[in-house]
Structures are given as structure tokens and as C-alpha cells.
Design a protein around this ligand. Structure first.
Ligand code: MD6
Ligand code: FE
Length: 230
């Protein structure tokens, strides 16, 4: 087939409409959105951030628990339940800068999910949480509400497939929809779904693609707009 077929038929989407699923209003799943080269580049970039200036670690929770997911941040450092420039709860270092190429990637992701080029051009994420899941790691149902902005969250997954549980905006219980997020998938959370509860009840070890450079586990990158000054 003409390799430019999708581009010429559906100029505003990076995949044809069949490649996007609206899970709820404003919540869009685009399977396989990241190409092989982009997956490798993201894995390499995340490996770099994992070593410093603030090393990847399990986030401590205020009541004494520890998250099973390992996290490193860029742009702003997240700890429950606020953003700072300095990681007081880790080593006191300032987090790595949010790179311009990631702003561009976030804009392309928004355009692919919503097909709204104007909204995409306006989107300027300033922080990303990078989560690494081993085979046992899970993430409880939560809302992303520490940002002072209702701009969408862009989520990229690489490596092992997980079950992503997408709930409602009222509480952490049903109704929810379970979505399989596989390597290369894009998920965008915005509009009426921006404050929906969501979580990761399980990953599926051994389902990833080692060609990304990630032999085991799952990498998830969520870009956000903090709404914080400078
Ligand atoms: C994850 N992601 O997929 C965890 N939050 O590993 C999130 O918590 C998340 O994927 C907001 C929007 C998209 C997400
Ligand atoms: Fe979240």
C-alpha cells in the first residue's frame, strides 16, 4: 500500500480513525502511536534521567507507605501531593529541565488523539512523571489533581503491556473500563475525563518488545501542565 495513504486520507490524524478509541469523552487511546525509533529514544532518555540529578526511587507516601512503582520526574518534581523544583524527599537536587523535544512530542500526541491542531499548538507541558513498573508493581486508583491546570495529560507506554483501569470522576469504584496499554501506546486524558479516577491493577510480564532497549518491565511517561509559575 502507498505508505502515505493514512496521511493523505486523514491528514489531521497520525493514524486512521480506526486507530483511535474514545474510552470516555476526552479520554482517547491510540495503540502503537510511538514508532520503533521513538520508543528506543525515549527508553534511552529515561535511563539517563533515572540516574540523576534526582535518581529514580519508590515514592514515600505521607502515611508511611511506599509506592511499588519507581518514579523520576523532569521539569517539576512530584511528591504527594505537590510539585517543587527541588526533590527534598530524595536528595535535595533540582530536577532535570523539561526538554523542548518533549513539548513537541506532547503537541503531536494531542493532535493525534483529538485531531485539533489549534489545541495541540497551545499545549505546553512543563512536567513529566516517568514511572517504571516491574512485574509486581501496581498503581492504585487515583485522580491527577495536583496540577493547577485542567490541560490534558498525555501518557506514553513502552515495554510490558498493563491493564489500565479508567474509572469515573466521582469515586474510585465502578463503573470503570479496563484498557490494555501496550508498548508504543498513547493515552490522552482531557476535557470531561481530566479528573477521572484511574490506576494500573497489573502488568503482564514478558509482553514487551526488547528492541526498545527495555528487556523487562513497563515504562510510562505522563506529561502534564502544572499551571505553576516559571
Ligand atoms: C500509568 N498513569 O499508566 C500511570 N495519569 O502507569 C497515570 O497515572 C496516568 O496514564 C493520568 C493520565 C494518564 C495516565
Ligand atoms: Fe495518574
Amino acid at each position: 500500500m502507498n505508505p502515505r495513504f493514512e496521511e493523505t486520507q486523514f491528514p489531521i490524524f497520525e493514524q486512521g480513525p480506526a486507530g483511535r478509541t474514545e474510552i470516555a469523552p476526552g479520554a482517547v487511546h491510540v495503540p502503537g502511536w510511538l514508532g520503533p525509533e521513538e520508543r528506543r529514544e525515549l527508553v534511552a532518555a529515561c535511563r539517563g534521567w533515572a540516574t540523576g540529578p534526582v535518581p529514580i526511587r519508590r515514592t514515600r507516601l505521607p502515611r508511611g507507605g511506599v509506592m511499588s512503582v519507581r518514579t523520576v520526574c523532569v521539569g517539576w518534581h512530584w511528591q504527594p501531593y505537590r510539585y517543587t523544583r527541588v526533590a527534598e524527599d530524595v536528595n535535595g537536587a533540582a530536577v532535570a529541565a523539561f526538554p523542548d523535544w518533549m513539548v513537541a512530542l506532547g503537541r503531536r500526541a494531542l493532535a493525534a488523539a483529538y485531531g485539533d491542531e489549534a489545541a495541540a499548538a497551545d499545549y505546553t507541558p512543563d512536567t513529566a512523571l516517568i514511572n517504571f513498573y516491574d512485574g509486581e508493581a501496581t498503581l492504585g486508583m487515583h485522580q491527577d489533581k495536583d496540577e493547577r491546570s485542567a490541560a490534558p495529560v498525555v501518557s506514553l507506554s513502552i515495554g510490558d503491556t498493563c491493564v489500565f483501569r479508567f474509572g469515573n470522576t466521582e469515586n474510585r469504584n465502578r463503573p470503570w473500563t479496563d484498557v490494555e496499554l501496550a508498548s508504543g501506546d498513547l493515552f490522552v486524558f482531557g476535557g470531561p475525563s481530566r479528573f477521572a479516577y484511574h490506576g494500573v491493577p497489573r502488568v503482564r510480564p514478558g509482553t514487551g518488545d526488547p528492541a526498545t532497549g527495555l528487556a523487562t518491565g513497563r515504562l510510562n511517561i505522563t506529561m502534564r501542565v502544572t499551571g505553576l509559575p516559571g
